[in-house]
Design a protein around this ligand. Structure first.
Ligand code: 5GP
Ligand code: ZN
Length: 115
């Protein structure tokens, strides 16, 4: 499994940096964002390192389906019952800060910090 020793999310996946886990299976990890924008703000990441959407190969197609299917389940598990927002930032102009593919899932009562 590909692991980038300089990547903060790879370190979270490896347990080298602590996180508040929301879900885990063989392919994916979900954990609560350290700097939440909304009452519930979870990040869903593939366990294998890939920098972002632009770096995905056809073999990774199933991750995207799993990530999207996990979002409503995670929101339900965290008591979100009035809708949620999903965001994937890609590259510099897309506002991506951590170069390990991740989907933000925001939910909970507004107002939110931003978003
Ligand atoms: P991006 O701007 O790349 O889409 O979002 C990166 C997100 O990762 C930010 O919302 C940021 O708060 C979150 N983040 C960065 N470092 C850590 C960390 O060490 N732990 C957790 N839980 N979240 C992090
Ligand atoms: Zn990584």
């Amino acid at each position: 499994m590909s692991h980038d020793p300089n990547c903060v999310f790879c370190k979270i996946i490896a347990g080298q940096i602590p996180s508040r886990k929301a879900y885990e299976d063989d392919d994916l990890l979900a954990f609560h964002d350290i700097n939440p924008w909304a009452p519930v703000h979870v990040l869903i990441v593939p366990k294998q390192h890939v920098a972002g959407l632009s770096d995905l190969a056809p073999a990774h197609e199933q991750w995207l389906g799993k990530m999207l299917l996990l979002a409503p389940q995670l929101m339900r598990d965290n008591g979100v019952n009035n809708g949620f927002r999903t965001v994937i930032n890609t590259g510099q102009d897309g506002g991506q800060e951590v170069y390990h593919l991740h989907m933000h899932v925001f939910g909970g009562p507004r107002p939110w910090v931003k978003g």
